[in-house]
Design a protein around this ligand. Sequence first.
Ligand code: MRU
Length: 352
Amino acid sequence: MVLPTQVYPVIWYHDHVRLIDQTRLPNEYSVVEISRSDDMAVAIKTMIVRGAPAIGVAAAYGVYLGAREIKTDDRALFLSDLEEVAQKLRATRPTAVNLFWAIERMMKTARQTIGTVDQLRPVLLETAQAINAEDIETCQAIGDFGLQALPASPAKLRLLTHCNAGALATAGYGTALGVVRSAWRDDRLERVYADETRPRLQGAKLTAWECVQEGIPVTVITDSMAAHCMKLGMIDVVVVGADRIAANGDAANKIGTYTLALIAKAHNVPFYVAAPLSTVDFSLSDGGLIPIEERDPEEVYQVGGTRLCPVGVEFYNPAFDVTPATLITGIITELGVVKPAELVQFQEKQVG
Ligand code: MRU
């Protein structure tokens, strides 16, 4: 099955919220229908929907689904019940700030819209749909700005990425893979190298799947092969996504990103972080303050349902790490590409 368009919908609303089930790719393309806010919280937690911008969009729809479930006409009671829904959605995943950003935008809309509860509900749906649509435009702008920042030579680049910061991780087009898509469109790309991305293999499963959909040449490597590939001169640029960027430009992304930044520095390979401004948390001065999600150790000790390690071993499973700003060549946003220290110039322009 090949999807024909560059921007296939990842999340959309038609009576219910529909999501591509990312836990089943690449072997099965299936769409999940979600009609309750509780189910949306589960979908985010279990990574049916994942990737920072995508979980923001999903959570925004989750708030709307909650608004549909609350039966009272009393506005104050409605708002306090909606806050409980918001809290349940906030509790799903702690690192990606887009989740909190989108929920806050929904809650602010609920608080500030004048009118009855019946008038509020459609406004909340419109807001979730706006967040969804804006994210696609944002990613296209990131892709095009990123393209301009790519090294001028060679003419066709070999680009390494980590995890999946693609259409699947956003509302469409992707951030790091947005840069890939724009580079492919303009004939600036020779090949994508996709780190497999242990433990959940988003690179091997999702990034590779997206590239195959569009005929973009892709080579999957294990995470531990990246330094070797750089030493052999096989990589011209690294572009990754982010889950939360602090005001000083330190960037949290999928575990293993920090290692990649260190080895890119050691081999003089430019290292870019591509992310929308909704991923920047200007309230945090540096990356040490970013909460890092720890996930079930099962993700580390078993693969495809088969246990790899002996019983009695202990495990540590942080889902993200923080790359210091000093290792980042530039941050690619929808407003342009900046040095990490220059990110604060965009603070006033952050929507929400
Ligand atoms: O745990 P995941 O799969 O949600 O982690 C996703 C990432 O780390 C992505 O790189 C990040 O969210 C950016 S997505 C555009």
